[in-house]
Every structure is written in C-alpha cells, then in structure tokens.
Design a protein around this ligand. Structure first.
Ligand code: ADP
Ligand code: MG
Length: 727
C-alpha cells in the first residue's frame, strides 16, 4: 500500500492504526532506524567491539583493523535484514554531490553457490575509478587509481529507492598519491586543526580538564522551492539549469509578506512530513519547517550536530528533499536563484565550537564581560573574518550564488559581522582597556494582563548580515542552497584555527601555569584590546542592504568581491596557500585543484545556461513573437481594407517589431560571447563574468519585455505566476 508511505511520521500514528494489519507490517519496519548507530550497534556487537568502535567514533580515530571484520559482519546482517541487496562506499567528490558505486552482497563461491559476503577489508577500503571525477589536474585520465576509506565517525545508513535498499558507508575519497579528491577529507583535517588550537586556549584558562578535543558544531537551515512537476517539465531552463534563465516577473512577488511563516498548504505539508520521516530514519534530526519569504519557498532545519556528521546529513537532506518531491507531484529546486526578482535560497550555516564534554565555547553566559574565555573565542572569529573575508567569499563562490548575494533578501557580497548591542558594547569596553559591565535587556512588557512578561534576548536579530552572532553561535548566511557545506566550513575552520593559534601564542607569552586568574585576565585584556582595535572594522550592526553601508564598507577598506571569478582568485593567493599548508588542511596542489574545479564548474554552468537561453529564445520566444507580429499585421490589413484607420495598432506592431529586433541582437551577442574559447581557464572565467553574464542579462530583459505583451494563447512556457503560485 504505497500511498501510506507519505504518512510515516510517528505523529501520524493514529492514521497508521487505521491501516489493515498487512499494511502495518509492511510499513512498521520503516519506523525503525536505518542508521548503524546506538541501539542497533549495541544489539549486534560484543561489548568489547562496541566500546572500541565508540571510542573511534567519539575521538575521531582511525578504525582498528582487528575489529573491522566483526563490524562488517554485523553491518551485513543488519543490512540484509532490512532488505539490502547491495552496499556502497558513499563519498563526496569535488562535483559537490554525492557518489556511490554499488556492489552486491551476494557473490557465487567456488561451489557455484551464492553467498552473502562483506569483509572488514571491503568495509574499510574501496577502489573507485578516480579518473571519472574532477581532480583539478591532480590525476590524469590514465592515472585512475583512487581509494575510498571508511569514516567510522559518521554512521553507516540504509538508503531506500523504491523497493531497493542499499547499505551506504560514509567514506573519504583520495587519489593513489594520497591527495584528497573529495570534500570530506579536508573538512576532517580542518576539524583537527581547529581542535588543536582551541585546546591551547582551554589549557590557558585551565578548562581543558577531561576534554580530549574541541568539536565544531553545525546546524544548517535549508531553503528550497517547490513547483509543480508539470510546470518543471515544460521549462527547458529548469530541466537543464535548475533555474529560469528567462521569465517576466508576476504582478505579485513577496511585497505583501503574506507567504513568510504563513500556513503551510496541505499538499506541501504532506511532502514535508514525508521528507521528515525519511530523514528521521536516516538519523538526520529534523527540527523546524516553515514557509519562507518567496511564494513557493520553504525551509527545513535540523538540530545541530558535530560538523562531520552534520555535513553528511546535509547531503542526505538535499537528496531526500529532491527525491521525495515527485511522489507529491512536485519538483524541489535547490538552486540559489530559481526565479529572478524574488528571494533566492540559501543555507544558513550555524556554526559554533564545543568541547567534547558538551560545553559551547561561544556561549556568552550572563556576565559576559567577565567571561574572558568566551571573549577570546569571539575575537578569534572576528579577527579571522576580517583577515580572510575574501576567502570566506571564495568559500561560497558559485555561478548560482552570484545571483543571490546582494539581491533580494540575501546578504551582500561584502563580508561583515553582526554582533548586536550587548557584544558591541563589550568591544567598546575592551577597546578602552576595561570591561566592567554587561548590558541587560529588560523583560518585554506587552501591556496586556493576559500576556506573560517575556525575557528579551541580549541582541536583536539582523537578517541582512552575512555573518551574524545569534546568541551562542555564528550564522553564516552566504552559503548557497545547493552547495555542500563541507567547503565553506573547511575554510571557516582553517581561518579560525589560524586566529586561535595567533591568540594562544600571544597569551602563552604572557601567562604560565602559575599565573593567577587576575594575571590571566589582564593578559587577555591586553591582547584583545589590540585585536579589537585592528579588526573591529569588520563588525557592522546596521542594515547590510543599505547602499550607504556599501560606501562605508569601502571607506573601511572591506573587500567587495561581486563575482565568483573574483572570489575564486583568492584561492590562488600566497596567503591562502600558506594558510592551508600551515595547518595541513590542503597542500598547494590540492588547493589549486579546488580552484581549477570550482572555476571550471562556474564557466561550464554559465555556458549551459547561455545555450539554454539561446535555444529557448529561438524556439519559444521568437516564434511566438513572430506569430503575434503576423496576427497584428493581418488585423491592420483587414482593418484598413474595411476603410478604417488604426494608428494605435500600427504603433503596437512597430513596437513589437522593435522589441523582436532588440531581442535578436541581444541573443546574437550571447551566442558570440558563449562561443569564446580561451586556453587559459582564468581568462575564460573573467570573460564569462565580464562579458557573457551581462550579455545574458540584456537578452533576458528583451525576452521578458516580449513575454509581457504576448497574448496568453501564444506563450508556450509556464509563467512565473503559474510556477510560483499554483500548488
Ligand atoms: P534561528 O532563530 O536562527 O532559526 P534556531 O535556534 O532555530 O535559530 O537555530 C537554527 C539552527 O542553528 C538549528 O539548526 C540549530 O540546531 C542550530 N544551532 C543551535 N545551536 C547551535 C550551536 N551551538 N552550534 C551550531 N548550530 C546550532
Ligand atoms: Mg536562522
């Protein structure tokens, strides 16, 4: 009874009660966890092996080969019981998506009998062909050998697709030379780097007791659009590019703010519940759901987890959002800007540091001005963002995100930090060299007896900031909706590791194990005063959308890299190469490879968009416009033949002919810019950004102008109004 699969959330248990018992049997299994963690492991592994595996997972260690066979056997039994026929090493190549190559559990043995087999060696190592994935020049086509290596710190899971189930083992992907060909390996290295440096700070404050590492915590809110599948299939641009390359704006966008947090349409709710139940099975802890700003736009957010698992789970979240949608007649668009003129989609990457004993290091506590350790971590982030704002821009540089940053409801490409009143006041105090008080917000009295007095947060919210402190974490709002969060967090962690290293080094010069609390506090204040004076320019609490801020940012010397081509250049700078080498996150070759892959994806993506646009103009817009031209011309001839003058209609025809001519010329310019070839990838990148993009914008404007005047029966594509409002 497949329709019931849309209602698998435990909260829908009542409905499930109504199902007949066979259906219940069929779906009951689906309530169970599909991840190899916790209870599942406890039940299937001996205490000793379980303890060893737990230790590996908690401390981020490599797996002891001695227990690999036992774990593999247990995993296999569990997977077979859940209907798996295959297993795969699941990894994240530089394409930005996930990759999986399935191997059957069942193999014939020497006697010709089929047996299920899965060994420790198969669990630990796989050998996918590395030449088929982008390597940015690290590997040539003839140098194909690559390895996947089990990441025991991220739980294995069972992925269902229709009636089929596959055991997926999260892995890192490296080349035969040992260089990282994926997004996970550098992320794991950056986590180690930030932990090593953060531990030095804890040691200075004597708060390292019982702490074996500092972890990065991430909760990534995901925005997405849902449109009817029928419309999607009728739009070549959505099919090819994931975004509309032409399309006139509807009369109504989000001016009335009536969609944001509005009641969720029933069909959408059924979809969301389906997504959530599938994610729950996969161990992805989903927390919130709501309508977003644009019509047809929604958001889902998980509970935060350690960065490595959170990153894997984010990939599963995107996968689930995409794959569930067609079952509900929708297509889920994760593109950063599927529709021009309305809000784009981002991923708000909530980021913090915590000890493995559970203390959030970015929790300011009550009397923040006395919390020197918090201030050190806070200033480490501020310093890192100021020093490496360009790199943070490079971290989110993609063709899709360029449309979003600086447009409706999205932060500008100028990187600044929002701190809020309480912390900005403490920065003032640090700058003066004395910290004496923490500003408190009084309770809110709502003026009605029936309403409670509610405590107020220490700071307001600022939705316009690209990098906002939100109470006990930073929220990085520049990340694109379709991006893997691995890369932005790898960069952020590495930058922060460097800053923590700097601060630890400064502090270690001034304090020793024998220093009193007062001495430590004096040393911290002296070091932080300097950091505040130097790096405070990156803090901005005002409206990031205000053009006056853009002028002020320029005066402050903050960089404003508007495009991906400019952003990516930063990855080639000597400072970046030194930074990544110093903390052993990426060597120079690995970094250059990422630059090459990202740039290639940028130019390739825009090339596809340009060709799609040309084809849609030639096969949809122009034919419709010319048909209309003919109809008006016939009408004029008929009117004249009847002896009536029709100057207005004549002018209308002239206008249309002019518009068609403008569109043809603009399309020719796109074709010309698209055909440009350059040996040099950098040059091609800048050509795409400086010449092809503006040409496409002009052609789009010309096409959209025609769409607005064409009769409905001649227009062959679903309109913005239909796609955004009909569900
Ligand atoms: P908002 O008001 O911005 O929506 P929420 O409290 O709902 O903030 O949190 C948004 C996201 O931030 C959630 O995914 C949540 O789990 C995550 N988050 C909360 N605390 C932390 C933390 N310490 N580290 C990382 N992410 C966190
Ligand atoms: Mg938020």
């Amino acid at each position: 009874m497949t329709v019931m699969r849309t209602n698998r959330l435990p909260v829908y248990a009542e409905r499930i009660q109504d199902m007949d018992s066979t259906d219940y049997q069929e779906t009951q299994d689906l309530f169970g966890s599909l991840t190899f963690t916790g209870d599942v492991m406890l039940k299937r592994l001996s205490e000793d092996v379980y303890a060893k595996l737990q230790k590996t997972m908690q401390q981020g260690l490599a797996i002891d080969p001695a227990i690999a066979n036992t774990v593999a056997e247990a995993m296999k039994e569990w997977a077979l019981e859940h209907g798996c026929t295959h297993y795969c090493h699941w990894f994240q190549p530089l394409t930005g998506s996930t990759a999986e190559k399935h191997d059957a559990f069942f193999v014939p043995n020497d006697d010709g009998k089929t047996i299920a087999s899965f060994t420790g060696a198969q669990l630990i190592r796989g050998e996918p062909d590395a030449s088929s994935f982008p390597s940015g020049g690290i590997r040539d086509t003839y140098e194909a050998r690559g390895y996947t290596a089990w990441d025991a710190t991220s739980p294995a899971f069972i992925l269902r697709s229709g009636r089929h189930a596959t055991l997926c083992i999260p892995t890192a992907f490296v080349s035969w030379t040992g260089e990282a060909l994926d997004k996970k390996t550098p992320l794991l290295r950056s986590l180690r780097a930030v932990s090593d440096q953060a531990m030095r700070i804890l040691r200075i404050f004597g708060t390292d007791k019982g702490v074996s590492q500092v972890i990065t915590t991430i909760g990534s809110e995901q925005e997405y659009f849902l449109i009817n599948k029928e419309f999607y299939l009728l739009r070549p641009d959505l099919l090819m590019c994931g975004r509309t390359v032409i399309g006139a704006p509807p009369p109504k966008g989000h001016q009335l703010d009536d969609h944001y947090f509005g009641s969720i349409p029933e069909r959408v709710m059924a979809y969301m519940a389906d997504v959530e139940s599938r994610l729950n099975e996969l161990g992805v802890p989903v927390q919130t759901r709501h309508n977003e700003v644009a019509p047809g736009q929604y958001e889902i957010a998980p509970v935060f987890e350690n960065a490595n698992v959170a990153t894997d789970h984010q990939m599963l979240m995107m996968h689930t959002l995409r794959t569930c949608a067609p079952h509900h007649g929708f297509v889920c668009l994760l593109h950063e800007k599927p529709f021009a003129g309305v809000n784009g989609s981002g991923k708000h990457n909530n980021w913090s540091l915590a000890t493995d004993t559970g203390a959030n290091l970015l929790n300011p506590q009550e009397e923040t001005h006395t919390n020197m350790q918090f201030l050190v971590f806070l200033l480490a982030v501020i310093r890192a963002v100021d020093l490496h704002a360009n790199l943070l821009r490079a971290a989110v540089s993609t063709a899709g995100n360029d449309h979003r940053l600086g447009a409706n409801e999205a932060p500008p490409a100028i990187i600044s930090i929002y701190l809020g009143e309480m912390l900005s006041d403490i920065l003032d105090q640090l700058e003066r060299g004395e910290t004496t008080s923490t500003k408190k917000s009084p309770h809110l009295d709502l003026g009605a007896n029936t309403l409670p007095q509610i405590p107020r947060h220490s700071s307001d919210r600022n939705r316009t900031s690209p990098f906002a402190f939100t109470g006990n974490k930073f929220e990085v709002r520049t990340v694109g909706a379709s991006a893997s969060i691995a890369w932005p967090n790898t960069i952020l962690n590495t930058m922060v590791a460097e800053s923590l290293d700097y601060l630890a080094t400064q502090l270690e010069k001034k304090v020793s194990a024998k220093s009193s609390n007062d001495e430590i506090e004096a040393a911290v204040k002296a070091v932080l005063k300097e950091v505040v004076c130097k790096h405070r320019r990156v803090v901005f609490d005002g409206d990031n959308y205000d053009p006056k801020w853009h002028e002020q940012a320029q005066k402050r010397g903050l960089p404003h890299l508007k495009t991906t081509a400019q952003g990516l250049d930063e990855l080639k700078s000597k400072e970046t190469i030194d930074l990544f080498s110093k903390y052993e996150v990426l060597n120079e070759r690995e970094l250059r490879a990422r630059y090459a892959v990202l740039l290639d994806r940028y130019t390739t993506t825009i090339g596809i968009e340009a060709r799609t646009m040309i084809s849609m103009i030639n096969t949809h817009v122009l034919p419709a416009a010319i048909r209309y031209q003919g109809q008006i011309a016939e009408a004029i001839a008929a009117t004249k033949a009847a002896g009536i003058t029709c100057e207005d209609t004549h002018n209308q025809l002239q206008d249309l002919v002019n518009m068609i001519s403008t569109l043809r010329k603009a399309t020719d310019r796109v074709a010309e810019a698209e055909s440009y070839t350059a040996e040099d990838a950098d040059r091609l990148g800048h050509h795409v950004c400086d010449t092809l993009n503006p040409a496409m914008e002009a052609a789009r404007a010309a096409a959209d102008a025609i769409e607005l005047v064409l009769p409905d029966d001649l227009w062959t594509l679903p309109s913005y109004a239909e796609m955004l409002f009909m569900r």
